[in-house]
Design a protein around this ligand. Structure first.
Ligand code: NAD
Ligand code: UDP
Length: 327
């Protein structure tokens, strides 16, 4: 980790989003100067309002697809700019693809010009509907380049290609994190992803929407663990040879997750099944051996702790009350 004495200027593209806002806060708390660049497509001012009180926090409203010019030199670039929730990245698929390809290209060019280290927020979606379980980094994936998820997962794959070509040509010191499903405070209530959907539905007394049978699995990482992993990867002395999975290997079916939510926020409305979206991966679980070995990182917050924290945050956010925890 960087020491407080050595202040570094860090660009966080996508810093007003769910993960980005937590990352900006953690970097500011370490004493760094943080430039948060965001178009506010899916991020919000609310996420970064409290950060505006830090003298070393600067907000730049910009789309990464447009050329990026900064008035100060940066030493680190985190690229988190991209919608991450399926309904949001499918709302304007061409722009999602451009964000991931042209936007990543613009930020890599900026890192090269500034001599800055670069971290790309890639995704477990590069593995598509995986035939290997759990997924190690050398698995090449099972992805459709024409389906409705392609704007995101193929966009992220192309972004990784750009990253590794910059790296091979020694144009920038590049690190790539493949992030698995992450949840926590600052997710938008209308985000559309599973954890926010189920918690918000339960708090509003609405039926919980389970797509398909609910037998598909995901592995859920709490946001503070992910942020610690991203920072460890950025500051690792040696550049890892290839991408690094960051996620929590605890794997749950969506039906199990819905039951956990119902135990935290009892609702009489029950569960309603909806059609499974196209190309929805059947299972997903990270092999985090590489992150453990190279970064000494592993998640600390199990779903049994992170989910109640997130439920409490959504309850406050929506002005609803949570029943007292059952002991
Ligand atoms: P998010 O939608 O909350 O945040 C993304 C941020 O990027 C938002 O603030 C949005 O306004 C901004 N943005 C989007 N397009 C932009 C553009 N063209 N120009 C400038 N800003 C733009 O999503 P998140 O969950 O915080 O995800 C952050 C990053 O991590 C994304 O790159 C995502 O692909 C990756 N990721 C997240 C998860 C997860 O489970 N949260 C999993 C895998 C990968
Ligand atoms: N899902 C669901 N109900 C919802 C939202 C999502 O059953 O209200 C399912 C979705 O089909 C997928 C899983 O939950 O199988 C995780 O979806 P999410 O959008 O959170 O992430 P991703 O599919 O990108 O992993």
């Amino acid at each position: 980790m960087l020491r407080r004495t050595a202040q570094t200027t860090i660009l966080v593209a996508g810093g007003a989003g769910f993960v980005g806002s937590h990352l900006c806060e953690a970097l500011l708390r370490q004493g760094h100067r943080v430039l948060c660049l965001d178009s506010f497509l899916t991020g919000s001012m609310e996420n970064v309002q409290a950060l505006c009180t830090f003298r070393d926090f600067r907000l730049i409203r910009q789309d990464v697809v447009e050329p990026i010019r900064l008035s100060e030199t940066v030493e680190r670039v985190y690229n988190l700019a991209s919608p991450a929730s399926p309904p949001q990245y499918q709302a304007d698929p061409v722009h999602t693809m451009m964000t991931n390809v042209v936007g990543t290209g613009n930020l890599l060019a900026l890192a090269e010009a500034h001599g800055a280290r670069f971290l790309q927020a890639s995704t477990s979606e590069v593995y598509g509907d995986p035939e290997i379980h759990p997924q190690p980094e050398d698995y090449r994936g099972n992805v459709s380049c024409t389906g409705s998820r392609a704007c995101y997962d193929e966009g992220k794959r192309a972004a990784e290609t750009l990253c590794f070509d910059y790296s091979r040509r020694e144009r920038a010191d590049v690190r790539v994190a493949r992030i698995f499903n992450t949840y926590g405070p600052h997710m938008r209530p209308d985000d559309g992803r599973i954890v926010s959907n189920l918690l918000v539905q339960a708090l509003r007394g609405e039926p919980l929407t389970v797509y398909g049978t609910g037998e598909q699995t995901r592995s859920f990482c709490y946001v503070s663990d992910l942020v610690a992993g991203l920072m460890a990867l950025m500051e690792a002395e040696e550049t890892p040879d290839g991408a690094v999975n960051l996620g929590n290997p605890g794997e749950f079916t969506i039906a199990e997750l819905a039951a956990l939510v119902q135990s935290l926020v009892p609702t009489a409305a029950g569960v309603v099944h909806r059609p499974l979206p196209e190309d929805d991966p059947r299972r997903r679980r990270p092999d985090i051996g590489r992150a453990k070995r190279l970064l000494g990182w592993e998640p600390q917050v199990p779903l049994s702790e992170g989910l109640p924290e997130t439920a409490a945050w959504f309850a406050r956010h929506l002005g609803r009350s949570l029943p007292p925890p059952v002991r």
